[in-house]
Design a protein. Sequence first.
Length: 879
Amino acid sequence: MNRAEDNLKPTIHLADYRPSAWRVDHVELEFDLDVESTAVLTRLHVRRDATIAAQPLRLDGESIDLLEVRVDGQRLRHADYTRDRTSLTLPAVEGPSIVELRSRIRPRANTLLQGLYLSGSSENGFLLTQCEAEGFRRISWHIDRPDVLSTYRVLLRADRERFPVLLAGGNADGAGFLDGGRHWACYLDPQPRPSYLFALVAGRLQSIEDVFVTAEGLRVRIVIWAQADAISRCEHALKCLMSAFAWDEQRFGRSYRLDAFHVVATHDFAMGAMENTGLNIFNTKYLLADPEHATDDDYRHVLAVVGHEYFHNWTGNRVTCRDWFQLSLKEGLTVYREQEFESDLASRTLRRIEDVRTLWRVQFGEDAGPLAHPVRPSEYSEINNFYTATVYDKGAEIVRMLATLLGREGFRRGLDLYFDRHDGQAVTVEDFLAALGDANGRDLTTWLRWYQHAGTPRLEARGTYDATARRYTLTLVQHAPSAHQGVWEPLPIPVSLALFDREGNALALDADQVPDGVLLLDAREASVCFDGLDAAPVPSVLRGFSAPVRLDGSSSSRDLVVLATHETDGFNRWFAADSLARQLFVETLARGRPDAGALAGWIGALRRALADADFDPATLAELLTVADEGTLAETLTEIDVDAVHRARNQLQLMLAHALETELDACHHRLRDAATAGMQPAAQGRRRLRNRCLQLLCVAHARHLDRARAQLAAATTLSDQLAALTALVHAGVTDAQALLDGFAQQHAGDELVLDKWFAVQATDPAVATLARVDALSRHRAFRWDNPNKVYALLMSFASRNATAFHDIGGGGYRLLGDAILKLDAQTPQVAARLATAFGAWQRHEPLRRALMHAELLRIAASPSLSADAGDIVRRTLGTP
Ligand code: TRP
Ligand code: ZN
């Protein structure tokens, strides 16, 4: 078979959605589990939906050996059904029936990381499943779409010694021994759910557990499972999970309703984690954490992802999506809930700054390139390629805007109604907006435009002051993104706003004009006037980044300095300082150096923050972090990566030199932070300390000794890695020896070695290209492990512009080879790597041509998968 042709998937359109003519009320599954060959017996209790025009029963199924089909006990002959590569059609089934299918699948040979597969070795690894989005059809036959909801009964049988632990979603419903050293376990899920939430796990796993008593009075066993090497690092995750259960009750009134909640850790996972009902599966990267083997960032990521998957229980599982176009209905809303969870439990300001940074770098970047799509796409060919920053992060920003608009209570009322109305249903974005609107007596239909328009809108804010009238007028205008074609209906944009005087004192705003400090711009243009002002005020627009728009840089640097010095909220102060730094960057790029006055203002604001003993250390660390090259390049019409790198370095160097004394003192003052434990406050101080160290090492080589001392004395991985990175990226002559020492100390520790790969892959030095190539053959590197691939190759391609965009084209060739190699095993991972070519059209002509040639070479591969093919063709603009 010609795979490329085979792999062309049809385009699916939202407008073509039709409900299924068949319902599957109940699914019975029986597995005889074995690494090589697993037998699956499936009984589907099907019935026609009388309200829908009759259609033959068609089941999805791929890469499954079908052995036998029975309908209501009667064995079908081959002539009674038709089968192709992806489906089975049973014209003989007409009314309510039990369709029984006996089949066989091959877990060990399955390298896709979806369906039933093996994590680890044949002898000691374990079996697990990944179904979202369309993996269930690789396990068994089903109408594999999210609006077909069924209850499940799952019976697992396996060898007792090889597979002592047998888990599936739902409530345990018996277990026992069988002849021949085998045993069984049964699970029942009484809540109707789509097939993408099915999961099973079988193998040698250890566990830790706790009990949570819900507000509704249910005692829930919370259990985390991992292999022997990892179980001792799951305590933090268990605590986070207990907090997540409690938080969703307190903040959103949502309780869990099954007897047990299981979480399983695997090293071999394509994404972060998966929210299967009652049986979450996690990439170890987002579950394991202890001081020696995890950084402070890892600790917060575990908190966030554990929360995220748990919160899906209500936003995604109990209320699910009608079709995959509605993906953001669960993902955008759940990311928002995850953000709020981390904000309440760790640092709100830090989380918001990080989210806004990623939004700019990744989502705005996506919106500005050939892969741009609406938060609710109108068509797709490979759904796996729509788990994007737009669907997740811009989707979360829309939910955040709605929460801002409705206020905390109003938003809660809206969500309560959404859960009340739709528990047990598969619904749409329209249903979500209707519930929020109905609960608040508002019509939110224009908000649908946020889900429908691709691209980042521009917001222009212009202020004029009339001294005689003592009146300040602020005019807000929204513009369609430059690439937008067709009609652009104005979006509802909440613009959070404050005014300050030149000394930095906040001015009181008229509550009628700006209720709760938020102006809702729901037309193309609007103006507000503020009277009784003795001088032109300093406007602080889009506080908290209240909408995912590009704010036109109309603020003067003088105004930004006032805000960077006096804004009352940490995020807004960072936002002003960052806006100022971007202006300085643009000037440096254009004229070789920034405006002296603006530079002095920026440095002055940072110096003042450093001198303020009460200033939040984590926020201060972010104030001292110049936006990364990707973010800075993102606003340019044509990117010259070398020039961007030089200009950013220059800016960072000026900062480091000007504040050397203060940074030095701060690093010294915070020396106790090194041993202060893993609480958020200690993590914030460590973040600041390590930011100072990085800047000091940039400022002058004499500070490298300080990094050496820190590397030798470090008791946390954060401190150790910060010092190692500073030294390696400074190009010290013994860098290799330091790296070897680190690798030796952490030999065999997969997750820590991932960081070791990433430190080297992000070194901007010229030699990095050859080093990454060599590291891809290192014995600790594994092509079949997505974490390794992302640590080495994704870090290289997306966080090391100078090396990846090597003028000889070697970086592109390296990535292209990696994509083709991976594509034969795990197409989903290959497709993700291929997105690194997304901005090719915006680079200067030479690199543009090189990237174009590389994309064409990949596209020409005769065996390219549907996943990678879809990304590459859309990136080239040739669907
Ligand atoms: N639903 C998962 C989440 O919480 C995403 C996910 C996990 C996924 N594994 C996947 C999506 C595999 C596609 C394919 O965000
Ligand atoms: Zn999710």
